[in-house]
Design a protein around this ligand. Structure first.
Ligand code: ZN
Ligand code: ZN
Length: 348
């Protein structure tokens, strides 16, 4: 296993890799660049190749250490112009999936883009593009995301309910308009969808009814079909966007989620991470520490994140655990006082 991460402030790449038993470094050991994206460690008995998070041409090596079959070092890069991946700019670079702009990738016939949204479970067509006009939720309504973040108060002193408030959210006012939000579609009516917002064919839940009898269809419950393509909306993207949005709008990077009556605590350590992990390249990832248990005195420093879709939180926690298990053991945990964190990454 290996992990490399670009450290913009130090203009260097940290490298951690598990090496085979008996690996040692001597005068014949060479660290060479095979190509701008690939580094190779060559000793008399072993060759270890690994991918870099960004292309490089020159480097020097510091902090070389070999301990317990873990080799670690830093590649210091010649000075380059500062990285522009601040939080706000990298958020803007992410095209919203299935926005009007994104849907322009679908083929055109008679001047109209042709695509369908189908039930993700049974693939019954739900929305055919030729029957509707599509509109994005205007950008001034981006606080739609804030549904989930409004509450900063501890559980105890509560004088309001957590019923979602859709005031200010634009809703379609006729039957042939579909409004596209960041993670949902809004429709006035649809003969393929029941009043309980389930698929009329297979009965699986597609979303919920909101004010004025508007259907709110969750993007991860449907698939986009066009030409010979079929696309899913990964609910992970919703969690990722939600966390970025929360960081941008509040002073904290510590959050707590509730799943099956148990708390999960998440601390976002780094944003906009460029890294490689066992052959995969991660861009704009979040490096996070998570745990089930913190000290009682720290409870207030974690802000409640109220995600009303438990299946989304569940698969998010699963993703965190599986990413965690891919990291080299020497760097996959962090102990702070009595609290043990597991390290993981969230990539969009
Ligand atoms: Zn269905
Ligand atoms: Zn509240």
């Amino acid at each position: 296993m290996y992990y490399t991460e670009y450290l913009p402030r130090l203009n260097s790449i940290s490298v951690v890799l598990d090496v085979p038993k008996g690996f040692f470094i001597d005068v014949s050991t060479k660290i060479i660049l095979k190509d701008p994206h690939q580094l190779s460690i060559q000793s008399s008995q072993t060759i270890l190749d690994f991918k870099l998070p960004l292309p490089i041409t020159k480097f020097s090596i510091t902090n070389l250490a070999l301990q317990n079959q873990v080799l670690s070092f830093k590649l210091v890069l010649p000075s380059i112009k500062p990285d522009d991946s601040s939080v706000s700019t990298f958020m803007n670079q992410l095209d919203q999936k299935w926005s009007c702009n994104d849907l322009k990738k679908t083929p055109k016939s008679n001047n109209n883009h042709t695509f369908q949204f189908v039930c993700a479970n049974c693939e019954t067509p739900l929305i055919r593009s030729e029957m509707y006009t599509f509109k994005d939720m205007p950008s001034e309504y981006w606080y739609e995301m804030m549904d989930f973040w409004h509450c900063h108060k501890p559980e105890s002193d509560h004088d309001h309910s957590h019923d979602k408030d859709y005031k200010g959210v634009l809703v379609p006012h006729d039957d042939h308009t579909v409004i596209i939000g960041t993670y949902y579609l809004l429709q006035k009516s649809n003969s393929n969808i029941t009043d309980n917002v389930t698929c009329a064919k297979c009965g699986c839940i597609l979303g919920e009814m909101i004010q004025d009898n508007v259907l709110k269809i969750l993007k991860w419950k449907i698939s986009l079909v066009y030409a010979d393509q079929q696309e899913r909306f990964d609910s992970k993207l919703f969690m990722y966007n939600s966390i970025i949005d929360k960081i941008n709008s509040s002073a904290t990077r510590r959050f707590k989620f509730k799943l099956d009556n148990a708390w999960k605590y998440l601390w976002v350590m780094n944003l906009g991470v460029k890294a490689t992990l066992n052959g995969d390249t991660l861009v704009n990832a979040l490096k996070v520490a998570f745990t089930d248990k913190i000290q009682e005195k720290d409870e207030d420093s974690y802000e409640l994140v109220d995600i009303p879709y438990s299946e989304i939180v569940g698969s998010f926690i699963n993703d965190l655990s599986s990413m965690h298990s891919k990291l080299p053991q020497s760097i996959n945990c962090l102990t702070m006082g009595p609290t043990n964190f597991q390290i993981s990454l969230i990539s969009p």
